[in-house]
Design a protein around this ligand. Structure first.
Ligand SMILES: C[S@@+](CC[C@H](N)C(=O)[O-])C[C@H]1O[C@@H](n2cnc3c(N)ncnc32)[C@H](O)[C@@H]1O
Length: 272
């Protein structure tokens, strides 16, 4: 299948999956390669034939949906965001929680890929914050639509390249290198984390949460009406003063939801 055929297919199919084609524009290589392989495996000639198959067989839509997931992630991705959380925003949330006599920080990572984002929060919490807040424990729910990624997340072992943005002293304390060259996360850093297979378009954990990370998923790939719907449901699950973190290249859809920027231009918002 040619790039042009793939683009036309995505432009036609994305709205039917409640997605937006523009989200895929820059990263379509990965997705088009997968779709091309699928078209070949079905013995079809190209984009038009695959479109006809989708119209004839509704079950193929779920296959295409899974092929459209962009799964790139890494530890401490967008380091400025995690620096701001560690240095300023989380200590302030934790001090407030302490003043209320609370002993749990509740976090949700939505679209967690192979665990890089939730484990980053766990490492940051245990190695960066726990020394000052020993009485508080972390409860983190990580959700993801792709079960294979969750299997990898539960295993907790990674190629070294995914750790390159993590502060080196944390990488050294949090991971052990195996004979095969993988870096495996220390078991104590997995405590308090739960991974769940959930499609963000259909279901969400109940909350309430102090922090919700929804980065490089909804506000890149979802169609605008769905973005507004998801934003409202994410914010419903935040405590007042809780933080919503989105991707560094994302922006929130226009809405009347009461959020304010929590750290200057960084993509972190506070529920008023
Ligand atoms: C580009 S990765 C981002 C991972 C991480 N949040 C980050 O920013 O590094 C997007 C992840 O969201 C998942 N995803 C895509 N659509 C989803 C949906 N509807 N529900 C849940 N997860 C989804 C993908 O499978 C992928 O693992």
């Amino acid at each position: 299948m040619t790039d042009r055929e793939c683009v036309e297919l995505l432009q036609w199919a994305a709205p039917r999956l409640r997605l937006r084609w523009e989200g895929f524009r820059r990263v379509r290589g990965q997705v088009c390669k997968r779709i091309g392989r699928r078209v070949k495996a079905l013995g079809l000639e190209g984009g038009a034939a695959y479109r006809a198959r989708l119209e004839a067989e509704p079950s193929e839509w779920a296959v295409l949906d899974a092929l459209c997931r962009v799964t790139i992630s890494r530890f401490y991705r967008d380091h400025r965001v995690f620096d701001a959380l560690r240095q300023e925003l989380l200590p302030s949330l934790l001090r407030e929680a302490r003043a209320r006599g609370e002993a749990v920080l509740r976090v949700w990572s939505a679209g967690c890929a192979s665990g890089e984002e939730p484990y980053t929060v766990a490492i940051l919490f245990r190695l960066g914050l726990s020394p000052d807040f020993p009485e508080v424990r972390l409860e983190l729910i990580a959700t993801e639509a792709d079960d294979d990624l969750l299997t990898r997340a539960r295993r907790g072992c990674y190629p070294p390249g995914t750790l390159r943005e993590l502060p080196p002293e944390w990488a050294a304390r949090a991971f052990t290198r195996t004979g095969e060259g993988e870096q495996c996360l220390a078991p104590e850093l997995r405590e308090g984390l739960t991974f769940r297979c959930e499609d963000l378009r259909a279901e969400m954990p109940a909350g309430p949460f102090h922090v919700v990370l929804c980065r490089n998923v909804a506000f890149t790939y979802f169609a605008p009406p769905l973005q507004r719907e998801v934003l409202a449901r994410l914010v419903e699950r935040l405590v007042p003063g809780g933080l919503l973190v989105i991707g560094a290249h994302e922006s929130l859809p226009e809405s009347a939801i009461p959020l304010e920027r929590a750290a200057g231009p960084l993509p972190i918002f506070r529920k008023r």
